[in-house]
Design a protein. Structure first.
Length: 292
């Protein structure tokens, strides 16, 4: 496993930033970075040079993200998203970046990809899975890229949420360039909140062969308006996620699998998460690969 963080201070926007970045990464035991924000504007020579320098410094470029409603009902908008993801995959291949990540999104054209579908439960239906399958196949059609993967992140507003459903979707698409962005916290529900150990084991038993990149977060059940159940993202160790099991199962995968902390406002918050992860890993007889 390789650890990284989504904050800018843990990533390099240009090749000149890579070597100075290593002091920060080494402080926290990190060796995974995200693709640079300007990847799509980089020339082939710049992409190849960035890739070579990252390799020289023993850094894995794990993922770059496209945050959009891939299943937008407007066909012109949908076609634009598909074209952009195809272009990003081509650039990521040259960069040596392992993956391009998207969510399924929502059929609400005005919403964010993580916004619940306000009109109906269509996104949880088999029809939505069939529709998104066609989008995935349009993205991957004719691409001959040997290393980069198009990977999908689970989210609870769609069918792409529970291990069995995700496995069924992969089997139906049946394409070697399709993979999973494993955010296990996003897959927690009321049914699994008090038994994340079983959820984690089921996820890995069914999907380990598809995991390309990982997010590391924790989840706490709280009470929302009207005293209804709500979930909140919290620092690692402050929620219900069984991190000992999670890290042990991750350690069974390719040792270069990148695992990122995200959604934290300050370097200090990330530092606390990193320290807790290293501690839990050591107690579980596994470890994150350091850069040196």
């Amino acid at each position: 496993m390789r650890l990284g963080g989504a904050l800018g201070v843990f990533n390099a926007s240009q090749i000149e930033d890579l070597e100075p970045l290593c002091d920060v990464l080494d402080t926290y035991g990190l060796s995974a970075i995200s693709g640079p924000d300007g990847m799509m504007e980089m020339t082939d020579d710049e992409l190849f040079a960035y890739r070579e320098k990252a390799c020289e410094l023993n850094l894995v470029i794990g993922e770059t993200f496209y945050f959009a409603n891939m299943i937008d009902p407007d066909e012109d908008v949908r076609a634009e998203h598909i074209s952009k993801v195809r272009a990003m995959l081509t650039q990521a291949e040259k960069l040596g970046c392992k993956s391009v990540v998207t969510l399924v999104g929502t059929t609400d054209p005005g919403g964010f990809p993580t916004h619940p579908d306000a009109t109906n439960g269509y996104l949880h239906s088999s029809a939505a899975a069939d529709e998104f399958r066609e989008i995935v196949l349009r993205i991957l059609d004719g691409l001959d890229l040997p290393t980069v993967k198009y990977i999908i992140e689970p989210w609870n507003n769609t069918f792409f949420y529970e291990p069995e459903t995700i496995r069924a979707f992969f089997d139906r698409v049946d394409h070697p360039m399709l993979g999973l962005h494993l955010d296990q916290m996003n897959m927690v529900s009321q049914a699994t909140y008090y038994d994340t150990t079983s959820l984690i084991n089921q996820t890995f038993d069914l999907l380990a062969d598809k995991v390309v990149s990982v997010h590391l977060k924790d989840i706490l059940q709280t009470r929302g308006p009207g005293d209804f159940v709500a979930f909140k993202e919290v620092l690692i160790g402050e929620g219900s996620m069984d991190y000992a099991t999670y890290l042990r199962r991750l350690a069974e995968l390719d040792p270069d699998v990148p695992c990122y902390c995200e959604h934290l406002p300050t370097e200090a918050d990330y530092a606390l998460n990193f320290a807790r992860l290293h501690y839990i890993a050591s107690k579980s007889d596994v470890s994150f690969l350091r850069r040196t």
